[in-house]
Design a protein around this ligand. Structure first.
Ligand code: EPU
Length: 417
């Protein structure tokens, strides 16, 4: 299995271009299930989760052509099956997103329950409860959600917890439902708003996406369209943190600074110099890094998907920083690996206390999930000597050629096959 070797000590310099957002691209591809017409998507990142989604859609009989260069042509003219099997769902939890569209258009779906994962228990009860409120019958049988409906109807749904894919699933289900659906305490993430943008281009009637209340007036059918996916704010944030931790200076091109406000503010307060352009950000890390607490929350606050990368940065801070993870109960696995590199991190439930100013030394480390992998690369970029990161497949699920992008910025990094 591939490994990444990073040799620390080089300040990053240059320009990096940001790819399309994985977490916007996955629901967009799945939304193609809602129409018999052709959906053309642009700016898909070439990452493994996109290939897994193509495979998943093919299971249903969708003609899915994902081209090199980031475009895809998807057509769900006929659907030959409505089952998302365990083997695919276990590798990519976002597969649960097929539930809403399959039920909305075909009245049936059988989707394996994802189960727990490396960052927490991650239940999907709110997806299922919402679909039931819209009139679906859902049962858990042999580890699968089996859902049936003779036609979904609009409903008022209040989420107990903000859920990104839960909001997306119900928004897609509601597009073809009879009447109006209101989603309250909905996720405001840019990826949710981007999905609504696509669905509206397909003829849906959605208002309020990007706010806490979304209303969807059901329509009889949706049609084809062409749509461009937003840039990946987490990839952009990861490169910003990489610039600061290495004391470098980089231009992050092709991003949406307005989607990164909390992250850029946090980095700025931690000492970075940030210059925001229309679709770019310049990040300079020449100042000392200040230790600064942070708590993850749903958008627009500081994202859980940047928590691990921020922890790597705080190992180089001038004092102690408390990092509180409020979204997932078990998202500190990277801390133990960073400790193997010499970081001083104490975990207490959902809080991690990171004592800065420790010189990291390269070590062999294991990546437990996607963002943990990125954080270990960041730690490796400042560690003395070589860091070898194992289980790189996590990284490949969500970052497009990160080692190539970093080496173009001057990092000494390579993939060992
Ligand atoms: N939750 C429930 N019940 C549900 C659904 C969620 O209790 O039915 C809880 C979860 O356990 C968690 C919280 O709600 O405590 C938020 O989870 P959410 O449902 O928002 O997470 P998700 O939709 O499964 C997406 C991203 C994640 C990202 C989270 C939070 C996609 C495909 N995944 O997951 O991305 O961390 O939102 O922002 O959009 C990543 O890219 O590395 C990644 C993990």
């Amino acid at each position: 299995m591939d490994k990444i070797r990073v040799t620390g000590g080089v300040p990053l310099r240059g320009v990096v271009s940001i790819s399309g957002a994985k977490n916007a691209a996955l629901p967009a591809m799945i939304a193609s299930l809602l129409t018999a017409e052709t959906i053309e998507l642009e700016n898909l990142p070439d990452v493994i989760d996109i290939r897994t989604t193509r495979k998943l859609l093919s299971e249903f009989g969708v003609e899915a052509d994902v081209k090199q260069g980031g475009s895809a042509v998807l057509r769900a003219r006929r659907v030959t099956g409505c089952e998302a099997p365990y083997d695919l769902v276990k590798t990519m939890r976002a597969s649960i997103l097929v539930l809403g569209p399959l039920l909305g258009r075909f009245g049936r779906a059988r989707v394996s329950l994802p189960g727990g994962c490396a960052i927490g228990s991650r239940p999907v009860n709110l997806h299922i409860e919402g679909l039931k409120k819209m009139g679906a019958r859902c049962e858990i049988v042999h580890g699968y959600v089996e859902a049936l409906s003779e036609g979904l109807r609009g409903a008022n749904i209040l989420f107990d917890t903000v859920t990104v894919t839960g909001t997306e699933n119900l928004m897609m289900a509601a597009c073809l439902a009879d009447g109006e659906t209101t989603l309250d305490n909905a996720a405001c993430e840019p990826e949710v708003a981007d999905l609504a943008g696509l669905l509206n281009s397909m003829g849906a009637q959605i208002e309020g996406a990007g706010t806490r209340t979304i209303s969807i007036r059901g329509v009889k059918e949706l049609h084809g369209c062409r749509y461009r996916i937003i840039p990946d704010r987490i990839e952009a944030g990861t490169f910003a943190a990489a610039a600061v931790i290495t004391r470098g200076e980089i231009d992050i091109a092709g991003c949406r600074p307005d989607h990164m406000t909390a992250v850029l503010k946090q980095l700025e307060q931690a000492g970075a110099e940030i210059e925001v352009g229309k679709d770019s950000v310049r990040v300079c890390g020449k100042n000392p890094i200040r230790s600064l607490d942070v708590t993850t929350h749903p958008y627009p606050a500081f994202p859980t998907d940047m928590q691990a990368q921020y922890m790597a940065l705080m190992t180089q801070g001038d004092g102690s920083a408390v990092i509180t993870e409020s979204i997932f109960e078990n998202r500190f696995m990277h801390a133990l690996e960073m400790a193997r590199m010499g970081a001083d991190i104490i975990i207490d439930g959902r809080r991690a206390v990171v004592k800065g100013g420790q010189a990291l030394t390269g070590a062999r480390v294991l990546a437990s999930d996607l963002r943990a992998s990125a954080s270990l690369i960041l730690a490796g970029l400042v560690a003395k000597g070589d860091t070898f990161i194992d289980r790189v497949y996590h990284l490949d699920r969500g970052y497009y050629h990160i080692e190539e992008k970093l080496s173009r910025l001057g990092a000494i990094i390579e993939r060992i096959r």
